[in-house]
Design a protein around this ligand. Structure first.
Ligand SMILES: Nc1ncnc2c1ncn2[C@@H]1O[C@H](COP(=O)(O)OP(=O)(O)O)[C@@H](O)[C@H]1O
Ligand SMILES: Cc1cn([C@H]2C[C@H](O)[C@@H](COP(=O)(O)O)O2)c(=O)[nH]c1=O
Ligand SMILES: [Zn+2]
Length: 214
């Protein structure tokens, strides 16, 4: 095998990098994170998974996707805990809901990758107003690999990149599921409440065709 002669073999074996999976709610970020981490475990790599302690929607410990795939994780209060818990003997670190961490996550991911760890981060790139969310812009800028996944717009069926909030809350952090958010494409996101009649019309049409119950 060809190796660069001036680099020790350990350096080549322990080559780290940062991967980011981003998109709107329901776009498959967590599914994709779980898929990558499961494959790493099949390859007998040592995998650790972290999520912000504040995200207790489906389970206090597991990372759980909207279609109930799940993987064991460690909830942490701050990114520095990830360094303490994953430093050393970990090959792959997975981090879900990265948008909820502060900016220090960027340096923690860099330190892990510099030390030879494959770091896979999943998170919302935009909040409910379409603003870049938390440390995600800096993570996207510094990652070797970026994957943007898309949901299906619940109003029109196009690809959705936005998370439309159904309530009037103006707090950037508001945990929720389909009760609180809809995946929407750009025109339906901009249409706001006016896009709702389109959903009702589509449902009525599907029901008339016998595709769904009224
Ligand atoms: N509007 C939608 N578009 C796509 N998938 C949806 C939608 N609503 C619910 N889902 C479900 O959500 C799953 C993705 O869940 P998940 O990986 O947890 O997404 P994310 O982490 O991006 O919020 C899909 O496989 C599908 O079963
Ligand atoms: C858009 C937006 C979302 N949230 C919350 C809602 C959910 O609890 C998570 C996102 O989970 P997912 O795995 O990506 O579906 O974030 C929020 O707090 N603020 C927002 O603007
Ligand atoms: Zn749409």
């Amino acid at each position: 095998m060809f190796t660069e002669p001036h680099r020790p073999i350990d350096f080549l074996r322990r080559r780290g990098w940062l991967e980011v999976v981003c998109g709107s709610m329901f776009s498959g970020k967590t599914e994709e994170l779980i898929r990558r981490l499961t494959r790493a475990r099949i390859a007998r790599q040592r995998v650790e998974i972290f999520k912000p302690a504040l995200d207790t929607r489906y389970h206090d410990q597991n990372v759980v996707s909207h279609n109930q795939n799940s993987i064991r994780s460690t909830p942490v209060q701050s990114p520095s805990e990830i360094l303490l818990l994953a430093g050393g003997a970990t090959d792959v670190v997975g981090i879900d809901e990265a948008q909820f961490f502060d900016e220090s996550l960027v340096d923690v991911c860099r330190q892990l990758a510099d030390a030879g760890t494959r770091v896979i981060v999943a998170g919302l790139d935009m909040d409910y107003l379409g603003r870049p969310f938390g440390p995600m812009p800096a993570l996207l800028a510094t990652a070797e690999f970026v994957t943007k996944v898309h949901a299906v717009c619940v109003c029109c069926g196009e690809l959705a990149a936005y998370s439309y909030r159904l309530s009037a809350s103006e707090s950037q952090v508001l945990l929720g599921e389909t009760d609180a958010y809809e995946a929407r494409c750009r025109p339906c996101f901009l249409a706001g409440p006016a896009a709702r009649p389109a959903i009702e019309a589509a449902r009525a049409a599907w029901a008339a065709l016998g595709l769904v119950r009224r």
